[in-house]
Design a protein around this ligand. Structure first.
Ligand code: F6R
Length: 611
């Protein structure tokens, strides 16, 4: 949420910042702005997309080798030019960009107002930069010291970069709860919310830790804790390829990411599954396998799509490893007084690794003595660093705001975990184990076969693109897939959609069925097949329009449904890896046909770093 980019070095800063903001735009797209320092400290900002800022600045001379940029997802104050970042301090000698929420900004603002400070915007961020100015004036200290003293009094989450007229070659950055990555070049340094704006210049990065302040010039990075203790930064080498963050000929990142799934699922399994040798390994699990084998209970935490992946994992862990599972919305868990007993293991799932609610839920579970295992996609992000152990999903950067390949990668890793634990516990037979390994290896090719039916799904999308509502129904492993299908459709096409366990329909939602209601059934040939066939009949009897995701060659469904999307047969436990694909494609096309911005749906941001 909110993207931050900054540069100091020998290049023209503006093009670096602009390109960086475009790469970070998935984090927020309400407004964008930059500040450039070249004798004067100039701030330029505009409501709307980064491209609006770019057009606005077309005729402006923007020479500087140091600057900061921001793309905003509004929290305090409407999206408009004034609330856009950067914000000047009161004397205009400082400017700040901020990602996060300063919770006590009202108290600080009142104090500053009493001292005569005036504010232009409604944002908490402007309060922070005025506050830093005030602390420096009162303490007669260096800017670094003033930032440190100010941050000690701040309640909330932040990643900030401060640029100062009095320090023409220096960037000051700090973080608590919101990510910041420093790119280390030769004679230049970069700063960003994630590595995507950095990788075309350098693959050497330093992840700033919580409660650290970095002072960065073109030649030097010095990092201290908020308690003024110098730290020795560790330089990581990124493995990300530039190609992974480009659209590569696809119209949208979402479509590219849907089509990447044969590869991304394979990448999630690479070096981990080998059916011929009977191997299934997750390096990160090794030291904690015993904890899971003896777990009395598994608690799974996540939000949105990651929570849906958690629901699939509930079925997997219960069926194969025979461990009771509870799947919790991280946002609810963190504000309850949840019971964590000795012998409970917590699994936290997150694509970004930065979701504020999931991070807070992890901290709470840790404080109650739980062992936390992370399943994350973004390497080096906050959640993997907060957990005891974990496995990366290795899906590659996901840029489309609607999660697609991250879901299938999460389900892949969680399935592997459940099966490893089950085997160690002896709760599955060797033949079940071997059958699952073989089927894992078949999944990428089967996903490809569904992608090849893309045009058929696009045709169905055209027929239903004007629907006002949609229902998605599934049972067993396909129930979480129904939820995910509904979430995909509503978030990118703004059509109201609900996912339900198919049998629950008759307890309420059936009242919604009429000749205008499209109902998507996920009715693959598995243990609940007969039951869901009855549910399809119930909808047909009420003239609902039935679309079915079915197993290839299902003649019965063919007769009953208005439209059938066939998927290859697989092991029942791995069905979600296939049945979700047509739903992603359907949502994508409906959204495009309705003229929606699928990569940047309204009001959303990719990485939800505020609660
Ligand atoms: C939906 C979507 C969101 C995320 C949720 C959690 O398409 O992308 O619902 O799944 O915000 O994000 P992560 O997985 O990054 O913790």
């Amino acid at each position: 949420m909110c993207g931050i980019v900054a540069y100091t070095g020998y290049r023209e800063a503006y093009p670096v910042l602009l390109k960086g903001l475009k790469r970070l735009e998935y984090r927020g797209y309400d407004s964008a702005g930059i500040a450039l320092l070249n004798g004067d400290l100039n701030v330029y900002k505009k409501k709307g997309k980064v491209s609006d800022l770019e057009s606005h600045l077309k005729e402006t001379q923007l020479h500087s080798t140091i600057g900061v940029g921001h793309t905003r997802w509004a929290t305090h104050g409407q999206p408009n030019d004034v609330n856009a970042h950067p914000h000047y301090s009161f004397n205009k000698r400082l400017a700040i960009i901020h990602n996060g929420i300063i919770e006590n900004y009202n108290v600080l603002k009142q104090d500053l107002t009493n001292k005569g400070y005036q504010f232009l915007s409604e944002t908490d961020s402007e309060v922070l930069v005025h506050f830093i100015e005030d602390v420096q004036a009162n303490s007669n200290c260096s800017l670094e010291e003033a930032i440190r003293l100010a941050l000690h009094q701040v309640v909330g989450a932040y990643a900030i970069v401060v640029i100062s007229k009095d320090h023409p070659d220096t960037l000051f950055a700090a973080r608590k709860g919101s990510p910041l990555v420093i790119g280390v070049g030769k004679g230049e340094h970069f700063l960003a919310s994630d590595a995507t704006p950095i990788i075309e210049y350098t693959s050497d990065v330093i992840y700033l830790d919580d409660l650290e302040i970095a002072v960065i010039t073109k030649d030097k990075v010095s990092i201290k804790s908020l308690d003024d203790v110098l730290t020795t930064p560790y330089v990581h080498t990124l493995e990300m390829e530039l190609e992974a963050i480009e659209k590569n000929g696809f119209d949208h990142f979402m479509l590219k990411e849907i089509f990447e799934q044969p590869k991304s699922v394979k990448d999630s399994m690479r070096g981990r599954v080998n059916a011929a040798k009977g191997h299934l390994l997750l390096g990160g699990l090794r030291d904690y396998l015993n904890k899971l084998v003896h777990a009395q209970r598994v608690v799974i935490l996540g939000c949105g799509t990651s929570w849906h992946a958690g629901l699939v994992a509930e079925y997997l862990f219960e069926e194969f490893a025979r461990i009771p599972v509870e799947v919790e919305y991280a946002s609810e868990f963190r504000y309850r007084n949840p019971i964590i007993n000795e012998g409970d293991v917590v699994i936290a799932i997150s694509q970004s690794g930065e979701t504020a609610d999931t991070l807070a839920a992890i901290e709470l579970a840790k404080s109650k003595g739980a062992i936390i295992f992370g399943v994350c996609n973004v390497v080096g992000s906050s959640i993997p660093r907060a957990t005891h152990a974990g496995a990366y999903t290795h899906a590659g950067p996901e840029i489309g705001v609607a999660s697609t390949k991250a879901f299938t990668a999460q389900v892949t890793v969680l399935s592997m975990m459940a099966i490893i634990v089950a085997r160690a516990k002896g709760t599955i037979t060797e033949s079940q184990y071997q059958e699952l390994l073989v089927e894992f290896e078949n999944i990428p090719a089967k996903i490809q076969r569904i992608l090849d039916k893309h045009a058929q799904i696009e045709y169905i999308a055209d027929i239903f693109k004007d629907a006002r509502n949609f229902l998605f129904l599934g049972r067993g492993y396909n129930f979480p897939v129904a939820l995910e299908g509904a979430l995909k459709l509503k978030e990118i096409s703004y059509i109201h959609a609900e996912g339900y366990p198919a049998a629950e329909m008759k307890h309420g939602p059936i009242a919604l069925i009429d000749e205008e209601m499209p109902v998507v059934f996920i009715a693959t040939r598995d243990s609940s097949y007969e039951k869901i066939i009855s549910n399809i009949q119930e909808v047909r009897a009420r003239k609902g329009r039935v679309i079915v995701v079915a197993t290839e060659g299902d003649a019965l469904v063919e007769k009953m449904a208005e439209f059938v999307i066939e998927i290859p047969h697989t092991h029942e436990a791995l069905v979600p890896l296939l049945s979700v694909i047509p739903l992603q494609i359907l949502s994508y096309h409906i959204a495009v046909m309705r003229g929606c911005n699928v990569d940047q749906p309204r009001n959303l941001a990719k990485s939800v770093t505020v609660e």
